[in-house]
Design a protein around this ligand. Structure first.
Ligand SMILES: NC(=O)c1ccc[n+]([C@@H]2O[C@H](COP(=O)([O-])OP(=O)(O)OC[C@H]3O[C@@H](n4cnc5c(N)ncnc54)[C@H](OP(=O)(O)O)[C@@H]3O)[C@@H](O)[C@H]2O)c1
Length: 329
């Protein structure tokens, strides 16, 4: 059936601007990291993406290695573009990245000029796009001068293949180095995409968040529910094979029981606020205006709608902040 976007799509979700740049994002974006690749039923992937757009999510996050089979999430998204979303291209913020292993050999990963330039060309072909809105260096390359990565990103903007550049998984010092390079070249740097959730607040405690805000940039929070940990699902316990992200692994250093206790204490506060734990977890990250968007990953329309409702209650009372801060210590 021919898709026609809901006329109400901009009525529900707040939109934030990155500093004084022209880039604006919905406070909640959809990521296609897992379960949108070749193995996922296309009809369901399409339904989730289009439903998200109908409800104000005009920002879709990809990477050259998303799938799980590498690149297949971009192919899925490309099919949806071709079939349904092309008429809406001017409304969409489509982002992709290069840096984790995507093809064999020394150029399939990290941040060399060749890796970034060839990767974006592949991504554009797979997604049937002329340009992406943000192209990210997915992680810092420890083996090269970061200036090479910065110059390659800058070149891609000059070529019209990306409108803005982003970095991901760069800590505060690495971010400072990149911002210096970008300033020197007048590169339109906008956001650092970083692991950030209620249980893992390193983006804040290391000073990265403030630093970005002070430099007119934004933080896009990935994994805001810690792979679903911050939901009703694990209040009775966390299975041993829970797929915790590498950035959150340290949370289980004392075992999973202390985390379960924290989840239950947080859930009590969420209930008092009239929210689910997942909704409160998303709202918590959006307290700072420097957090431009949180990227959720879901394959369920029910979870998508429930998560979007988080935006209806973003305020926290001083008592709630104090109680939550005490639990997270
Ligand atoms: N830059 C990077 O290095 C990097 C790294 C990781 C992720 N990311 C980006 O961030 C996106 C999101 O990451 P993520 O998938 O880890 O995000 P997440 O939203 O923290 O976790 C997704 C998990 O939470 C579950 N979930 C979502 N809403 C729920 C709800 N209301 N109740 C119960 N469970 C719920 C999902 O299951 P269901 O499918 O059943 O809803 C899924 O298992 C990725 O797609 C990617 O775009 C970037």
């Amino acid at each position: 059936m021919t898709y026609s976007a809901a006329g109400t799509r901009y009525d529900q979700l707040p939109i934030r601007r990155v500093g004084k740049t022209g880039l604006q994002l919905p406070v909640i974006s959809l990521g296609l990291w897992r379960h949108f690749g070749d193995e996922a039923p296309f009809a369901r992937s399409r339904e989730v993406v289009l439903d998200a757009f109908d409800h104000g999510v005009f920002s879709f996050d990809l990477a050259n290695n998303y799938g799980p089979s590498k690149g297949s999430a971009e192919r899925t998204f490309g099919q949806i573009m071709r079939r349904d979303l092309n008429p809406y291209r001017d409304e969409l913020v489509i982002t992709t990245k290069a840096g984790y292993p995507a093809w064999p050999g020394p150029y399939g990963a990290f941040g060399s000029r060749k890796t970034l330039i060839s990767s974006l060309d592949r991504s554009l072909k797979q997604m049937h796009l002329d340009y992406v809105d943000i192209f990210y260096s997915h992680r810092p390359d420890p083996n090269i001068d970061l200036q090479e990565t910065a110059q390659a990103l800058d070149q891609l903007v000059r070529q019209g293949k990306a409108l803005y550049v982003g970095i991901s998984n760069y800590d505060r010092d690495q971010t400072a180095t990149m911002i210096q390079y970008f300033n020197d070249m007048h590169t339109p740097f906008t956001v650092n995409q970083y692991s950030y959730n209620m249980l893992n607040q390193q983006a804040q405690t290391t000073g990265l968040l403030d630093y970005l805000g002070q430099h007119g940039a934004g933080l896009v929070a990935y994994g805001p529910l810690a792979e679903g940990l911050l939901s009703q699902r694990y209040l009775d316990g966390i299975p041993d094979d829970f797929p915790i992200h590498r950035t959150n692994k340290y949370l289980f250093e004392q075992g999973t029981q202390p985390v379960v206790a924290q989840l239950n204490a947080l859930n009590d506060i969420a209930q008092q606020r009239g929210q689910t734990l997942a909704q409160m977890a998303l709202a918590w990250l959006l307290r700072s205006q420097t957090v431009t968007s949180v990227i959720i990953g879901t394959t369920s329309i029910d979870h998508l709608h429930a998560n979007l409702d988080a935006a209806k209650q973003l305020d926290f009372s001083a008592d709630e902040v104090a109680a939550i801060t005490a639990i997270l210590k």
